[in-house]
Unconditional design. Structure first.
Lengths: 282, 411, 289
């Protein structure tokens, strides 16, 4: 490729990155300003007298109810809920995708399509029937109920991701393995898992983001003791008739997003080319 | 594997349920800053009485998310002990048969509360909710500097109001600082209706929803006035948060703002003083009227005797003079309980207390429409839609009245 | 048991998902349909109301505004996110230095809760505070960008913020797809002397069909459920100019105590989506299989 076209590729990528970063700039700048500066100055200008006070407050002393300990205590609640929910739903999705592509049976396409309708069910209509169901089995207001709900409504997507990734894997591969006497799970572990890196990344990014950032399910199903960080963030940010501290709000929002960013960066490492000829033959 | 997981989860939740039997769980949406600190006072008082406070805090403008969570809890058969519910919604919830009679705590309340307030807390003659505070909605906030330059006299009717607005405009300011969000539009609207038509008309039109009052020349005039107000608002107002509009009044970019008394909190936190930096006066034409916005806690039916005791103690604590004072000093509102000393309150709050008591006697005390005190939420929503549409389009006053008539029939 | 495990095991593995879907998707849809024919107000109430809720719904100006808005927003949002996502993914696939870093930048908007980043966008797009003021201060006094406060244009600002948030994830999905393409095929084509754009157009992009399908579904899901986005940016305003069905549904079901009407709007929305998407999904599933 010519030098010129490479340079233009970089130019496009950097421009896109700048556009993407613009709101982050506003948030960062605001989070480092004092309230007086926000009231008087331009909202998108750089801070004149940067202060980390809002960050400290958001982390450890802002009120989120009668408790004024910042976002810190809610981190654990969110992790406790997100990690199991992501892992369970991703794993089930991978198995489902495997069955739907490599072990097709009569009607499996119809079933898959029927499953996908789950992508479109508005969560608002789920709330009350689900609350009733969880209440009946004694899971209402508990972190287990919340994990269960997230797994259930994540399955349509995780299945979709894996099914559409595995569908392009040649059938011959499977046939050869079965001739060799490999069973259902052996094929999954030995042949599919090693080439599933990129799709696991995508699936985990999606599920982690969805579940970590979910507000509606968290607020309705979590109960007072296990409220996730989004509920705390919302409590911190939204006042009905109180003073609005934009600097603390912005700092809190960035803090609440850090685990997701961390996942993007760590998971991103496994974003290497998956289906190389070698892996397929191996 | 999944079954095992569910079984373990059920077992765990039973264990958890058993150990928290005698807690008082309270759902509220005062989650941040001074509001949260005000609720924390209540928590302290409950703990002093030996109860455990379980905080179920869910924010959301006017409690949207809180109401959703509450509904899910009630449907799941797991309602909190008390929840922040106000106005006619108390009646709606009571009709579902889920609210508890708290007569055990409310013997004296009829004497302590104005009738219009007491009635709102009762269902079939029994108290089911405890009121916390009174916000006055019909306030006008004016930049004192700008007012002094324009002659120093705060407007008492709409003619003076527009004359002042013209002066502000001529001085290069945005005469009316406003945030174009539906609830703020409705806040201005109700003050205009009150100023143009008076308390009786307000009651007929926006509380009783009398079609004759809604479809009247007075209502038409209210919309005409609102249309004129629109011309003094800058074009960037759409979607602006109320507190940014308040900041405009503070720093002199804006002249005046229609907003309830919570705006005071913004001024105070910026070290601005009433009478020196800003003026608080009743909105034009409403000196003898008072739109109230009262927060209250509705009590839900609970089975456990210890929790029932906690519930009555909570109701008593809410109405106690100590809590009423400390809470309202924090929040900027005034005590709902009559006969309390106003010594610690600031000038705006003192005026609010005097007017509250006077209008309670004169009949000028009316429930705020915009803040969910006057009509059921469905009807309120439909009317707010009309007002927001009017504020953001070229709708004529005549069409607005027609739309209002239709909206007021929403059930 | 004499049956081969491979005969029943796959179906067994799939069965919990199917059971959950039957109960928690289809079961709950049925409940919603039932609710839409009742007098439900604050809480479910099974008193029969016939089609009254639907009459109310079709009579509501707000409902039609939100229906038109979701059509405009959905189309533009899906098309733009997809186009930008694919372009960035292809560019990133050119053995770019700092790929991991750039990828994280494109993805980060997904990580931020819109409750707050919506405020940042609101300031940027507000003519008096953000972009318009900035460009004017650079010496272009006639520059105007007031879509946010213009009822006719506000829905497009929702598109801008929506694309900002979601294009990154479309990029990730496309990138995973690109990385899944057998590199032998590409090498063979290169040996035949095909240029890079040709290889993408003729060979790689056609093999990404299932990915396009995933991306469409994901974006459609985001578009239909866009609630936080609109609430934080415009609150459905100016007036009701940017109202969308998700807000309509939520407000009527929960804030306004008109659960029956909310359910009716949910049913209408779901029916429309299913009518559009299911044939597409089935055709795609069949042909890619």
């Amino acid at each position: 490729m010519s030098k010129l076209s490479r340079a233009s590729i970089y130019a496009v990528l950097v421009l896109a990155a700048l556009y993407t970063l613009a709101p982050l700039w506003v948030m960062l700048a605001t989070s480092l300003k004092s309230l007086d500066e926000i009231r008087d100055g331009s909202l998108i200008a750089a801070p004149l007298a940067p202060t980390v006070e809002p960050w400290l407050k958001a982390w450890s002393s802002a009120c989120t109810g009668v408790r004024c300990e910042g976002l810190k205590p809610f981190f654990w609640n969110s992790l406790l809920m997100t990690i199991p929910a992501v892992l369970i739903s991703t794993f089930i999705g991978a198995l489902n995708g495997y069955v739907l592509t490599q072990w097709r049976f009569r009607g499996s396409e119809v079933l898959f399509t029927a499953l996908l309708v789950g992508c479109f069910i508005p969560f608002q209509v789920v709330l009350l029937p689900m609350a009733r169901t969880l209440g009946m089995v004694g899971l209402s207001d508990s972190i287990f109920g919340l994990i269960f709900v997230h797994v259930v409504y994540g399955l349509a997507f995780t299945t979709l991701f894996f099914r559409n990734y595995y569908v392009s894997i040649p059938q011959d591969l499977m046939k050869a393995a079965r001739v060799d006497g490999a069973g259902f799970f052996t094929i999954f572990w030995r042949i599919l898992m090693p080439i599933s890196g990129p799709i696991f990344v995508v699936c985990i990014i999606w599920q982690f983001t969805q579940i970590w950032n979910d507000f509606l399910f968290g607020v309705v199903f979590a109960g007072a003791d296990s409220q996730p960080i989004t509920v705390a963030l919302n409590n911190l940010v939204r006042t009905s008739t109180g003073v609005k501290e934009y600097n603390v709000d912005m700092a809190a929002a960035i803090i609440a997003a850090l685990p997701t960013l961390f996942v993007y960066i760590v998971a991103g490492k496994y974003f290497v080319r998956g289906l190389t000829a070698g892996a397929v033959k191996g | 594997m999944k079954l095992k997981f569910v079984a373990a989860a059920i077992a765990a939740s039973f264990v958890a349920g058993a150990s928290y039997a005698a807690e008082v769980e309270v759902l509220h949406w005062w989650t941040s800053g001074g509001e949260a600190k005000s609720v924390a006072e209540l928590k302290k008082m409950m703990e002093a009485k030996g109860h455990k406070w379980k905080d179920f805090a869910v924010a959301g403008g006017g409690g949207d998310a809180a109401m959703t969570a509450l509904k899910a809890r009630v449907v799941a058969g797991n309602a909190p002990v008390a929840a922040q519910i106000k106005g006619p919604s108390i009646q709606e919830w009571a009709q579902q048969g889920v609210l508890a009679d708290i007569s055990g705590a409310s013997d004296e309340w009829d004497k302590l509360l104005p009738k219009v307030v007491g009635d709102a807390m009762k269902y079939k003659g029994k108290y089911v909710a405890a009121p916390v505070n009174v916000h006055r909605v019909n306030w006008l906030w004016i930049n004192q500097d700008a007012l002094n330059k324009a002659g120093g006299k705060a407007p008492t009717n709409f003619d003076e109001f527009f004359a002042l607005a013209d002066k502000f405009k001529a001085a290069g300011m945005t005469a009316i600082a406003h945030g174009g969000q539906p609830w703020q539009d409705a806040t201005v609207f109700e003050s205009v209706v009150l100023g143009v038509g008076g308390a009786k008309f307000f009651n007929d039109a926006l509380v009783k929803l009398d079609p004759k009052a809604i479809d009247s020349p007075t209502m038409l005039k209210s919309f005409d006035t609102l249309a004129k107000i629109k011309t003094y608002i800058d074009k960037d107002a759409a979607g602006r948060d109320w507190n940014l509009a308040t900041a405009m009044v503070m720093n002199g970019k804006g002249g005046m703002q229609f907003m309830g008394d919570w705006a005071k909190g913004e001024f105070t936190s910026a070290n601005k003083v009433a009478g020196k930096d800003y003026a608080c006066v009743p909105t034009p034409g409403t000196a003898n009227a008072y739109t109230f916005n009262i927060d209250s806690f509705a009590m839900f039916k609970v089975k456990d005797a210890a929790v029932q005791k906690g519930q009555l103690d909570l109701a008593t604590a809410i109405m106690s003079p100590e809590f009423q004072e400390v809470f309202n000093l924090n929040k900027g509102s005034i005590p709902v309980r009559s006969g309390m000393s106003d010594a610690k309150f600031d000038a705006c709050a003192k005026k609010s207390i005097v007017d509250f008591n006077a209008t309670a006697k004169s009949g000028g005390l009316v429930p705020s429409f915009a803040h969910g005190m006057a009509v059921p939420s469905a009807t309120q929503g439909a009317i707010v839609d009309v007002v927001a549409k009017f504020m953001n389009s070229n709708m004529s006053s005549k069409d607005a009245v027609a739309a209002l008539v239709k909206a007021s029939r929403t059930k | 048991m004499t049956m081969q495990p491979d005969r029943w095991l796959p179906k067994l593995v799939l069965s919990p998902t199917l059971a959950a879907s039957l109960l928690f998707v289809y079961g709950f849809i049925l409940i919603t349909v039932a609710l839409s024919f009742t007098e439900s107000r604050l809480l479910p109430n099974w008193e029969w109301a016939g089609v009254e809720r639907y009459v109310e719904l079709f009579d509501s100006e707000r409902w039609w505004t939100s229906a038109i808005n979701i059509a405009i927003f959905g189309t533009l949002f899906i098309a733009l996110s997809m186009a930008i996502g694919l372009l960035i993914a292809i560019l990133l696939d050119q053995k770019i230095r700092g790929e991991g870093f750039l990828r994280a930048i494109y993805l980060y908007p997904m990580a931020l809760s819109f409750i707050v980043s919506g405020t940042a966008w609101k300031w940027i797009l507000n003519p008096g505070l953000g972009l318009e003021k900035l460009v004017q201060s650079w010496g272009f006094p006639n520059f105007t960008f007031d879509w946010l406060v213009n009822p006719d244009m506000a829905i497009y600002t929702v598109v801008i913020a929506g694309v900002w948030q979601s294009a990154g994830f479309a990029m990730a999905l496309f990138l995973a797809g690109l990385r899944g393409v057998d590199s032998e095929i590409i090498k063979a084509a290169q040996v035949d002397g095909a240029s890079t754009p040709t290889i993408y157009r003729r060979i790689i992009i056609p093999t990404l069909r299932p990915v396009f399908f995933s991306v469409t579904l994901i974006l459609a899901h985001i578009a239909i459920k866009s609630f936080d986005l609109v609430m934080a940016l415009t609150g459905g305003g100016p007036g009701t100019a940017t109202d969308v069905p998700a807000i309509f549904m939520y407000q009527f079901s929960f804030s306004r105590g008109q659960l029956g009407l909310g359910a009716a709007s949910a049913v209408m929305m779901l029916m429309t989506v299913i009518a559009i998407m299911v044939p597409l999904m089935y055709a795609e599933t069949k042909s890619s299989g």
